[in-house]
Design a protein around this ligand. Sequence first.
Ligand SMILES: [Zn+2]
Length: 227
Amino acid sequence: MVDPGHGGDDGGARGPKGLREKVSALEIGRAVAAKLEAAGFEVVFTRDDDTFIPLWDRSKAANAQGADLFISLHLNAARAKSARGSEVFFLSLGKGDDEEVVATENAGAGFAPGSPDSVVASILDDLAQKAFLQDSERLAVAIQGQLNRLAGIKERGVKQAPFIVLRGAAMPAVLVEVAFISNKKEEEKLKDAAFRTKVADAITLGVRRYFAETNGVVRRRWVGGLG
Ligand SMILES: [Zn+2]
């Protein structure tokens, strides 16, 4: 399941030259889907147009499809204008490594944090992703490694954060902050289809590595009632 972040009224982050995260995430999603399909994977999108989809419904759709992996695609924004490169996250059940990015990405939840809906949902959905954290970390590491090579960054590791979009996923799930849209140079790169193709290649190679390392075994453990 490829999940281009944001959409509709939720534009996500904005680059210094005005590139919207929702637009770039969809373009990257299409490139990733093309490369995954060329590698023999079947791809389903949470959104393939400019539609707002609540975070909650995204993992639900992945569960309903019986997806083997959930890959959410976003662009990072930081106050430090020089911040660059890709960051791959898997779910943290606690506070996580980066509160700034979590606040931005969780804004599209579709309900207010602390509302009765969100409390019930968080109890139910934690059960779903919890069983897959180890595999999610493996997937994150595999993708981060390839994206580091692409960016010429040596030692960047994966991060953990409490992203709502990952919590309900009953399969290995990662959130990829592909590049810093807040960095002028990276915003420029994101507008280039050739760069997006390289990113798609790197993510696809990471997915293939992940399956090779897990011996091609797809572990899908249903927790029930969350489809
Ligand atoms: Zn985002």
